[in-house]
Design a protein around this ligand. Structure first.
Ligand SMILES: Nc1ncnc2c1ncn2[C@@H]1O[C@H](COP(=O)(O)OP(=O)(O)OP(=O)(O)O)[C@@H](O)[C@H]1O
Ligand SMILES: [Mg+2]
Length: 287
């Protein structure tokens, strides 16, 4: 028993520090293109020599499984319930990206306790031998777990469309995180713009207004134009970058990846810093 406990403890010890860049894709409003951005940005990054790992935290809906057309054997639910090592839940070889499913139809995961969440995060941060970038795809809404993830990540990709409803929800999110002790680094992605001009005006407008009323500095990362091939790609269950590599949205994703790689990592709290930011004092005492 003692030996078992010791082994478990050892397994939970993170490496001194992890070089993984942690990115959260969020939006507040649903259906604006978070999962599309997560998947296609990851593929574009892998084409530029990176080793991204997408983690679907939109528990219960299995968005990314559907987009990639896979049915993973294990998912985060198996990690929590069956104590499968997080490595076993990694699906690799999919268009150059690695992926961990959030599981489908699993309400229990929505209310994960700190202990299980910490175990998952710790294990994820130990994956720096296979991944250099973790992309958390979040679900719609502003939940406490999503807010913590945003504040703990190196950076957050805030996705919005140019529509006022999406803008208002994104703005509400910025306002909430702006009041937190740890102010996250937010990079704006405008999705489904009709023209380059509309996208640029939307970015400029959002950043100016959010800056004026919340004091938050938001960086313009880039935009994706509206492209019907995006919808076709979802129906085909083959990501746009693979199914329509010459489409205008595919071009936008490649530019987005370039811009992401050029942007300096906001702050590198490292593995311990990440856990501390995520769990506050609980993580601090266990880290
Ligand atoms: N640039 C675009 N042009 C046209 N359609 C798009 C674009 N981006 C996303 N879509 C379509 O919008 C729909 C929703 O996209 P997606 O699932 O990525 O949104 P989401 O924000 O992840 O949604 P949820 O909040 O449900 O997780 C999909 O059918 C997708 O193909
Ligand atoms: Mg989604």
């Amino acid at each position: 028993m003692m030996e078992q406990a010791r082994n478990l403890k050892k397994m939970m010890q993170p490496p001194q520090d992890s070089a993984i860049r942690v990115l959260t894709v969020t939006s507040a409003k649903g259906g604006v293109g978070k999962s599309s951005v997560a998947v296609n940005l990851a593929i574009a990054l892998s084409r530029r020599g990176k080793r991204p790992l997408i983690v679907d935290t939109d528990f219960g809906l299995a968005n990314i499984d559907v987009m990639l057309g896979v049915k993973p054997k294990y998912d985060l639910y198996s990690v929590v319930k069956d104590r499968v090592d997080v490595r076993e839940a990694v699906v690799s070889g999919l268009y150059g990206v690695q992926f961990i499913s959030g599981g489908s139809g699993v309400e229990e995961l929505l209310n994960l306790g700190d202990h299980d969440l910490q175990r998952i995060i710790r294990n994820l941060m130990c994956l720096d031998d296979i991944a250099d970038c973790i992309i958390f795809d979040t679900g719609a809404g502003i939940t406490e777990n999503i807010l913590r993830l945003i504040c703990a990540s190196h950076e957050t990709l805030l996705v919005t469309t140019p529509e006022p409803t999406s803008f208002m929800d994104a703005y509400a999110l910025v306002k909430i995180v702006g009041k937190r002790d740890i102010r996250p680094s937010i990079q704006l992605v405008v999705n489904r713009a009709e023209t380059d001009r509309e996208a640029e005006a939307a970015m400029e407008g959002f950043i100016r207004i959010a800056g004026k009323y919340t004091g938050m500095t938001i960086h313009p990362l880039g935009y994706i134009l509206r492209d019907d091939n995006m919808v076709r790609a979802v129906k085909l269950q083959v990501p746009l970058l693979i199914s329509y590599p010459n489409s205008k949205a595919a071009y936008n994703f490649d530019r987005l990846a370039a811009s992401f790689l050029q942007s300096p990592v906001a702050e590198a709290p490292g593995m311990k810093g990440f856990i501390k930011r995520l769990f506050g004092r609980v993580g601090e005492s266990e880290a």
